[in-house]
Write a protein that binds this ligand. Sequence first.
Ligand code: NAD
Ligand code: MG
Length: 396
Amino acid sequence: MTILRHLTILGSTGSIGESTLDVVARHPNRFKVTALTANNNIEKMLEQCQRFQPRYAVMLDVASAEQLAKMLKVASLDTEVLSGVESLEKVASLPEIDMVMAAIVGAAGIRPTFAAARTGKLVLLANKETLVMAGRIFMDLVKDHHATLLPIDSEHNAIYQSLPHQFNGDFSAQGVSHILLTASGGPFRERSVASLEQVTPEQACAHPNWDMGRKISVDSATMMNKGLEVIEAHWLFSAAPEKIQVVIHPQSVIHSMVQYIDGSVLAQLGNPDMRTPIAHAMAYPERIDSGVEPLNMFDVAHLDFESPDFERFPCLRLAYDALSMGGNMPAILNAANEIAVEAFLDEQMPFTAIPFMIEHAMKQVKHEEISALDDVLSADASARDVAREWLKRLKP
Ligand code: NAD
Ligand code: MG
């Protein structure tokens, strides 16, 4: 018999949020949406409330929440509307919730994701920034509160599927040599480095294989996304940095691999569609239909691999540096990157300025150990200030 599981989706109006709802809609006897959350996209939230009739809808923005409440009343829906960060935390930790899809973009996702772990939920983690900023604290929280963590990021989900069953982080005892983290190389893999200065936000967001939110699309173009994913893999799988090798694979058919000491390499393949890892994690350990087209090997025909070019993609190097420095440095990297991506998307600075802004913040903000979430949030705030100051000086 299938048990109905109650779900909160943090960031339901985004790319991952919508893919999650698409999987939910295919399995009404398995999943019930109890809470949906968004920043300020009222139109989409209204549509989602009409379709999924959640108990709660949270808008971060107060004015958006007020407007949504009026619209729901007109539509005769009894979804309760809440606002603010505390309400995001509340719906991530309600006693009736079994699982939480953590799909808010950026550092804003950290507090509600922590709330889900603290209350022992099954946490489906798309918000990689939580692990980048506060990896050790978050992994300890998951363990101490008997939460379960399953990765949604396609690479990490592929690694999870390719590692030994119940992998305990001991590479040598379980015969694992290393992780091969694949990367498409983004839209600028073959473009001349000299012309990168001129690229527009639209060009940077036009990913060759994946359809994603704008922030992660720019991260893919700089390859900061892969850098963040190296840090994410480090915490999820207890992998030392030298055990994580980035492999450029432009077709995005292999989503990552695990190399074993006996010479075996196990991989997970599929069409590039986030509904596969979402369905995998939501139904784990069962397998359910995700709506994704089956992979046709004859259409794929070729699989190519290259090593990454650290000159072309300085952000990847900065992420490895932040990981090896540890403490608050990955949080500084992440925060400065968020400011840099925002400034580039707002056309306040060129694409090529992104790594310079991040490097500046990594040098200016004091490198310290972290022992609590507050330490992480204070590094995040300082890095944002330093990055904004740098931007002011850059502008004429
Ligand atoms: P998106 O921009 O499409 O959606 C973000 C969601 O978060 C929206 O619902 C938005 O309303 C909400 N949100 C934004 N700012 C917020 C704030 N300050 N407070 C509360 N809510 C806020 O982003 P996305 O592409 O769906 O990515 C979501 C997360 O998943 C990111 O961490 C990203 O790195 C990760 N991820 C995405 C993909 C993908 O294919 N899109 C793949 C792997 C990992
Ligand atoms: Mg990914």
